[in-house]
Design a protein around this ligand. Structure first.
Ligand SMILES: [Zn+2]
Length: 178
């Protein structure tokens, strides 16, 4: 396994809709294993493949004691509404309150290519929705009010003006976010 480089805000792949996979092959499984390792090192609760530069509908989750990969994930139903603070491994040190459905029913393929279904709420439901957004080219910033988003983006640009690169080596000891 190997640590992958994270793509940060500004990387075009974060704004693309990632296409479905025909199935899970050994290459997909290697990607999943590397994504788990990278998410762990970055102390994230979730990671989508385009965050490591791969435009495929693959994501991994480690939240509330549940750890799983999802390939071609789809939300079958959503229910309720809850607001909580979110962050993103692709937008380090930026946080904002995001309102999302509180419970979801997820269908996806697992690491072995087997279909599974999961009914979850709380942090896992939030992490799943955050990662599914990534696969559609959506960032949590897009859910904030325009004013709040502009403020955070202005601060981000100021802090990154001397570092235009959108690739980041994963170091252990960053804050835990998705
Ligand atoms: Zn994210």
């Amino acid at each position: 396994m190997s640590l992958l480089k994270l793509h940060l805000l500004g990387s075009p792949v974060l704004r693309q809709r990632s296409p479905e996979l025909a199935g899970v092959d050994p290459e997909t499984q290697r990607l999943i294993d590397d994504m788990f390792e990278t998410m762990d090192a970055a102390k994230g609760v979730g990671l989508a493949a385009n965050q490591v530069g791969v435009a495929q509908r693959v994501a991994v989750i480690d939240a509330d004691g549940e750890r799983f990969a999802m390939v071609n994930p789809v939300l079958v139903t959503t229910e309720g509404r809850a607001t909580a603070e979110e962050g993103c491994l692709s937008i380090p040190d930026v946080f904002g309150d995001v309102a999302r459905p509180e419970r979801v029913v997820l269908e996806a393929l697992d690491r072995e290519g087997r279909p599974f279904r999961k009914e979850v709420g709380g942090l896992i439901a939030r992490a799943i929705q955050h990662e599914l957004d990534h696969l559609d080219g959506i960032l949590f910033l897009d859910h904030l009010s325009p004013l709040r988003r502009q403020m955070l983006l202005a601060r981000w640009r100021k802090e990154h003006k001397d570092d235009p690169s959108y690739l980041k080596d994963v170091e252990p000891e960053t804050s835990r976010s998705g």
